[in-house]
Design a protein around this ligand. Structure first.
Ligand SMILES: *Cc1c(COP(=O)(O)O)cnc(C)c1O
Length: 388
């Protein structure tokens, strides 16, 4: 019998399908099988073929649906596979609005892949609500947003965008990777589809690549189930197992990420090497108020710009604890250079326009002791000071 829990903390551990029906195992086994015996023609135990459905993946899909407050969840082999499947809902002539700071890969798949099929996109400033209203021309079928958005941590009012989109009959797709359902639940704010790169916080240990999508509307659920099976970018049983395991500790990890990130944002703000800090958990950040309204924390992602007296290349090279790497959301602190790494697929002119300059640095604050992260950043700042 399915039980409902009052708190997300408990749901993370016991939500979804938290016990194996066949054996009572407290962890859902890795059903490493491609196919399933059928008792007779047209009669089986709920599973036929693992692309269509697999018990380990199904447990994960049920869990994420419950955590996001949706009715159906879908697990994919990467965040981009999830995004691609969701974008496959659209057809030639449809236009999709995207916020100016979306993930580089999301921009790339729209620009280089879906454009070929006549599905177009338009980059808009989702912070300007009156402009947003005018952007919904009849062929706009959806708006895809991230909040806080990658990498400048700009906060979009998800409820306000959803209200506007709904009035125009467009779908609202929210990439909730940076927040996870533990901090922000877009479906409750009016969104139609939630996307995740579960590679990041949900997995949490930098040991798998996965994507998730969640919806609450049954029509959309049926269409996505069809597309997931038809296009086939599904998550493997072993990775589904790892992701369920990662999600169990999401609450404790994020509490620490939040706490560390705030301390480090304050440190950066006061440091003479730093020109500006982007973190919606800071009281004077432009996104602070909306972030506070729609999420229960500001998360572990911080971006900052180095002053021109400091050398970006030397700074990265001087770090000892914080690892220079793509990706984010793992237990270990990771740092990257958006202009040449995560956002390199965005053309130079657009990067300049949206503020992804060459002195911008993005830090995924891990759960190490915050003082050690600060110590590492401080010594790297000192080494990176340019000599005249
Ligand atoms: C990483 C990321 C993606 C892409 O996910 P993959 O798992 O790398 O395919 C999408 N959106 C955001 C916000 C991301 O950080």
């Amino acid at each position: 019998m399915k039980q409902h829990f009052d708190s997300l903390d408990t749901t993370l551990l016991h939500g979804g399908i938290s016990e194996d029906a066949a054996t009572g195992a407290v962890n859902i086994p890795i059903y490493q099988t491609s196919t399933f015996h059928q008792q007779e023609l047209g009669k089986h135990k709920g599973y036929e073929y693992s692309r269509t459905g697999n018990p380990t993946r199904h447990a994960l899909e049920t869990l994420i649906a419950e955590l996001e407050g949706g009715t159906a969840g879908f697990a994919f082999s990467s965040g981009m596979a999830a995004t691609t499947t969701v974008l496959s809902l659209f057809k030639t002539g449809d236009e999709i609005l995207i916020s100016s700071n979306v993930y580089g890969g999301t921009f790339r798949v729209l620009d280089k892949v879906f454009n070929q099929f006549g599905i177009t996109y338009r980059i808009i400033d989702t912070l300007d609500l009156s402009l947003l209203k005018k952007s919904f021309t009849p062929n706009v079928k959806a708006i895809l947003i991230e909040s806080p958005a990658n990498p400048l941590m700009t906060v979009t009012d998800i409820a306000a965008v959803s209200k506007t989109a709904k009035a125009k009959g467009a779908l609202v797709i929210v990439d909730n990777t940076f927040m996870t359902p533990y901090l922000q639940r877009p479906l409750a704010l009016g969104a139609d589809i939630v996307l995740h790169s579960a590679t990041k916080y949900l997995g949490g240990h930098s040991d798998l690549v996965a994507g998730l999508a969640v919806v609450k509307n049954s029509l959309l659920a049926n269409r996505l189930a069809f597309l997931q099976n038809a296009t086939g970018g599904v998550l493997a049983p072993f990775d589904s197992f790892l992701l369920i395991r990662g999600i169990k500790t999401l609450g404790v990890r994020l509490s620490r990420h939040n706490e560390n990130a705030l301390a480090i944002a304050l440190f950066l703000k006061s440091h003479h090497a730093v020109e500006s800090v982007y973190y919606p958990g800071l009281k004077d950040d432009p996104g602070y108020k909306i972030q506070k309204k729609q999420a229960s924390g500001a998360g572990g992602m911080i971006s900052f710009k180095l002053k021109k007296e400091f050398d970006v290349r030397v700074f990265f090279k001087s770090l000892k604890l914080v690892a220079l790497a793509e990706s984010l959301g793992g237990v270990e602190s990771l740092i990257c250079h958006p202009a040449t790494m995560t956002h390199a697929s965005i053309p130079y002119e657009i990067r300049q326009k949206v503020g992804i300059t060459d002195n911008l640095i993005r830090l995924s604050v891990g759960i190490e002791h915050k003082n050690e992260i600060i110590k590492d950043l401080a010594q790297a700042f000192e080494r990176s000071r340019k000599t005249k």
